[in-house]
Design a protein. Sequence first.
Length: 434
Amino acid sequence: MKITITGTGYVGLVTGVCLSDVDHQITCYDIDQEKINLLNSGKSPIYEPGLDELIQKNISAGRLSFTADVKEAYSDADCIFIAVGTPPNEDGSANLTYIEKAAIEIAEHITKDCIVVTKSTVPVGTNEYIGRIIAERVPAGLTVKIVSNPEFLREGSAIHDTFHGDRIVIGSNDQEAGKVIADIYAPFKLPIVHTDIRSAEMIKYASNSFLALKISFINEIANLCEKVGGNIEHVAAGVGLDKRIGSKFLQAGIGFGGSCFPKDINALNHLANEYDYDFKILKSVIDVNRLQKERLFYKAKEAVGSLAGKKITILGLTFKPNTDDIRDAASLKLIQDLLMEDAVITVYDPVGMPNVEKLFGNKLQYAESAEKALEDAEATFILTEWDEIKNLSLEQVKRYMTKPILFDGRNCFTLEDAEKQGIQYYSIGRKAIV
Ligand code: UDX
């Protein structure tokens, strides 16, 4: 079978590379020639642990190729996975421009019957729309079947998640097409859920929204712990041991970011509005997350007073560790708030700094190490729990800083340690050490 993957972002690239690794013949197609050149030289345009090695291995084995040529991508294709972006519109709805473009190109360039599989996260009803776009344009005599196959991988552990995911969802109104896609995934040996197309589309939004809800919920319990006395780490451990709840996604912090949760819950809320349904819980999840991102800033204002002219350090800029992605990261909001206060800001992140520099340029100082960033700081914020940052010793932190005041949005250190080192330590859902 010739399998083509359209779009070499996180989802498309990782899916294509992993499918080639289980012996499928994969062509990855993207309109960005520069990206394709980089990929053909064996390098990933995104930072994802283990991806470069897997790309090189499968190019060498002759199972994986990259092209920006639409004809090469689609002629003779038996199966085409669409994995282009669906970025948010200003009103929160999903922008389907790239999906529409992909569907038109597919219809105009396929040369035999094929199955089109949508991996991009798309609102309920979109696969049927894709089917209509293609059906209107495809040459007479060719049949195209549509399958919805949402993706659940996480940035930073995308390869592991693809090989060891919890399930593969295949939504199809045509049993035969669903079976072909299930066979493609068979080597992964993962549970497969077969559904109709609309349910598959909904599974993706429901899953991401539920996970986001878990985070907002534990963040609110954390905020309450700070008021009533209690330690969120202990509370989350005690709650998470209940198997009905589960311990994952109960890490309180400065709110969720990234390219998926914020976008997808807004899109689901928008969809609900369109159908005249008031999705109350979802609106609260969005609201709680917005407020959570501001919490550390207000704690700092309360503890330090005016931040004007103060040397402030931020450790960790990406929305989570092991990625260079800063989309909707808490750091962006904090930097804006601190700049408004005229603070003097130094930042450090193991891989996220070039992306932040593109946005803020010389308004910030960029340190070459966490230690350098801490030098002479009057207050430090921790926003991403990179190992490198978690493994700093508080004794070191204290030595570098002018005033050892730490605002830790990821609860990287124990209260006992902070107390022992005489550090003023504010974290999430735990008592302040002052
Ligand atoms: C998420 C989903 O997990 C994945 O299934 C989907 O395909 C895409 O969206 P991702 O955005 O890569 O993946 O990251 P994830 O690990 O889920 O974290 C998202 C955000 O939630 C991060 O900002 C993270 O710091 C935050 N988070 C996560 C918490 O604050 N607490 C937690 O307990 C878990």
